[in-house]
Each structure stands twice: as C-alpha cells, then as structure tokens.
Design a protein around this ligand. Structure first.
Ligand code: NAD
Length: 416
C-alpha cells in the first residue's frame, strides 16, 4: 500500500532525529499531531439547496507558541494532508525562529464551482465551526491554496461578530485596510528568491545568468518568478498552472503573464506568447533552477531521474517525495527544502501579527529588509548544520528546527 503523506513526512523527520540523536521520549511526542478538529457543516447554496462540507484544523505542536498555518480549499483535502501540513509548519516556524507552533486547516471543496456568495457563506460557517480552537494567542490561520486576503477578511469579520471586539490579529494575510501587512502577498515568493540566490552563492553559480522553470502560477509561483527576475535578473523560461504550461527560451514576461492570468479567470491557458508545452515537460526542462510551487508530490520516483535542473527550490510544501529525494541527491541535485525555501510567507505573517498586536505598522522597505535578513540567517544556520553533520540541506534544516522544539519541550517539561 502507498505510504500516506504523514508517513512520508515522518520518514524525513526520523532520519534527521536519528542523525541528531534526538531523545526518544521527546521524539515520541513530536511525532504526533497534538489536536485535530474535524467539522461537518451545512451551507445554503444560491439555488436554496443545502450542501454539507467537511473541514479540518490541526495543531501539531505548540511548545514554542500558538499554532500558525494556512487554510486550504481543495477537493483533495484530507485529514492526512492537513495533519502533515501542520507537522511541516512546526518545523518551518521553528527554523525561522518564530514564536509559533505548527497548525494547518482545510475544507474539502472545489471553490471554482462556487459563486462568490456561496464561497463567503462557506468561509464564514467554517470559521464559526472552528472558532473555539482559534485566537490571536491560540491559533492564527492564514491563506493557503485557493484562499486569499478576501477569505481572511470574512474570517476576521465572523470572529469579530461573535467575540464582540475587532479581532484583527486572529488571522494573517488580511487586506492591508483591516490590519494586513504590506509585503505579505509577495512574501513567500520573495523568500523563495532569496534562498535561491543564497544557494547559487554556495554552488558558485551566477543567478543573473540562471534559467528558471516555475511549476504553479498562484501566489507563490508568480511572485517567485517576479522577484527572481526583477531583483536577481534570472531568466524565467517556463511557467505552468493547472490549466497549461508555457516555454520561451528567451524569457517570459512575468508581469504580462500575471496580467493575462488576472484577466482570464485566474488561469494562463491561451496565453498568446511562448510555446505551449506539457506539464511533465516543464519539470524536465534543461534549466538551472526548478521551482515547484503548486502542490505536494510533483516529483516522485517516477520522474525524478528525468529532472535536469541542478538546483530545486521548493516553493510548494512537499513537492518532492522521499523516494524522489534519494534519486535526485544521488544525481547531484541540490534541493532547498520547503521548510526553509517557502518560509517567507509565515515570516511576514509573523510581522503582520506583531504589527496588529502593537497597532503600529511598518513600511514595505522595512518588511522586505527584515524578511531578507531572517531568510538569510535561517539559510546560514542550515548551511552550518549541513557541514557539521555532513548531510543534505533538508536533513540539516530539520535538525536545526527539531532541536529548537526539543529544547522548548525539555524546558517546559511534560504536563502534569
Ligand atoms: P495558489 O492557489 O495561489 O496557487 C497554486 C497554483 O498551482 C495555481 O496556479 C494552480 O493552477 C497551480 N497548480 C495546481 N495543480 C497544478 C499542476 N498539477 N500543475 C501545475 N500547476 C498546478 O496557492 P499558493 O498559495 O501559491 O500555494 C502553492 C504551494 O505553496 C502550496 O503547496 C502551499 O501550501 C505552499 N505555500 C504557500 C504559501 C503562501 O504564502 N501562499 C506559503 C508557504 C507555502
């Protein structure tokens, strides 16, 4: 039987735990998700029918602070996926030294089949169902796949109506007008670009001469492409989304593609410039840097051997399976793991939360420079652990992250 996503994630964790000689008592605790809430809730559709939906919120570990992590709307959302994503958030928050534990949520739904009013009713009802679990000192959700600033605004409003005060710090990724942070939208992509540049330095590669393929053209993929091109002068030769993939060896115009996507219901299919290629072909292009920024399991043991890029920067969570990881490493591919590469989003989410709690807001230059500093610091710590333990970047990142959570558990002790 195929391994569940959580089992795959535990394999990666287990390898790092072995290398660092993690205390077996702490290991037992860290391997399990602390709490998971499952909700089944009704939504009145526009035609008067009632439809039932299933949603989840998981808090994997809160030893270092309140749970933090996005909420995803997707027809393939499962308990296994949400618990795994929460598990990864624990390590990501720890790696960036944010005072948070790991959380994640999701609703099993295809939002493209809902009207805006149906989406609003679904969002408000789901947030009401999980509200007792949530709070600015308990668990702070954020956007993920198919959720955005508008959905966060509905969550804040719903929570506020029940709490009786404007609870702006209860989610991050909000519109700037209601306590959101400037620079949050681009943050994950910017972090991907910063880590790609740091990796190029270590590999002795000039990023301004690098070619890049990006899988996924949503929040993470499009901003990764934009910042890699604008700030680092890399050439983005291919991008894809669920609808299509395009290639231009001379470089695609990313702003033009974003404008096309935004005026075509969020999809790039039909883009008139560039050659249309297959989804698999994009992953296998002869480029310097590959940024998988769509969903889990994009690179598996089936296609790993055909990947030609020598540097993979994981924009998505879990895009490379453990089996694929082994094949890629033995082929000399450097992989900058998700918990490091895509941590820019949760880092600026942290900035947003701090700004909300203080009711004092920072400007874009401030956000960008603080983000870049923190991403570089985390990268350097991982690079040091990589040397010390003689392991790959992923194992090194887990060692740094697990060690901090283990220290917190040790200091706090096991209750009672
Ligand atoms: P999004 O919904 O904005 O974009 C997802 C993109 O992937 C869309 O363009 C979609 O069309 C595309 N896609 C889906 N299936 C595909 C396929 N088979 N081939 C090619 N493209 C495909 O979501 P997002 O927020 O950009 O998240 C993408 C990934 O990044 C997820 O793994 C998410 O968990 C992770 N992530 C997001 C953030 C964030 O701040 N948004 C932070 C960290 C990690």
């Amino acid at each position: 039987m195929a391994k569940s996503l959580y089992e795959q994630a535990l394999e990666v964790f287990g390898y790092a735990a072995d290398v660092m000689n993690l205390d077996p008592n702490i290991r037992k605790f860290l391997e399990r998700p602390q709490r998971t809430l499952i909700v089944e809730f009704p939504v009145v559709m526009d035609d008067g029918r009632v439809e039932m939906f299933t949603g989840y919120r998981c808090q994997h570990n809160t030893a270092r602070g309140p749970a933090k992590g996005g909420i995803r709307y997707h027809p393939d959302v499962t308990l296994d996926e949400v618990q795994t994503l929460a598990f990864w958030m624990t390590w990501k928050c720890s790696l960036l030294n944010l005072p948070y534990g790991g959380g994640k949520g999701g609703v099993k739904v295809d939002p493209s089949k809902l009207s805006k009013h149906e989406l609003e009713r679904l969002s408000r009802r789901f947030f009401y169902e999980i509200a007792n679990f949530i709070g600015e000192k308990k668990d702070i959700p954020a956007p993920d796949v198919n959720t955005n600033a508008q959905v966060m605004a509905w969550y804040v409003d719903t929570y506020t109506m029940h709490a009786g005060y404007p609870a702006l710090g209860v989610v991050t990724g909000k519109p700037v007008e209601i306590g959101g942070s400037v620079g949050r939208n681009e943050a994950t992509g910017r972090g991907v670009a910063v880590t790609a540049a740091e990796a190029c330095k270590i590999l002795g590669k000039d990023i301004s001469k690098a070619t890049v393929a990006v899988q996924g053209f949503g929040n993470v993929g499009s901003f990764s492409a934009k910042v890699l091109h604008e700030d680092y002068k890399a050439k983005i030769v291919a991008v894809s989304d669920v609808s299509a993939a395009y290639y231009d060896p001379n470089g695609l115009d990313i702003d033009d593609l974003i404008a096309y996507r935004d005026s075509h219901k969020g999809f790039i299919d039909g883009y008139p410039k560039g050659k249309k290629i297959g989804h698999e072909e994009l992953l296998e292009l002869d480029v310097d840097i590959l940024v998988p920024a769509a969903l889990e399991n994009a690179i598996t043991e089936k296609n790993a051997d055909r990947i030609k890029a020598k540097l993979i920067v994981e924009g998505a969570n879990g895009p490379v399976t453990p089996e694929a990881d082994k094949i890629l490493l033995s082929n000399g591919v450097t992989i900058i793991p998700d918990i490091l590469a895509n941590a820019g989003g949760v880092t600026v989410s942290y900035f947003e939360w701090v700004q909300d709690l203080q009711s004092f807001f920072w400007d874009l230059d401030d956000i960008r420079s603080k983000l870049t500093k923190m991403m570089k610091a985390a990268f350097n710590e991982v690079a040091k652990a990589k040397e010390k333990y003689n392991v790959d970047f992923r194992t090194a990142a887990y060692i740094v992250a697990i060690d901090r959570v283990a220290q917190a558990v040790k200091l706090r002790g096991i209750y009672p």
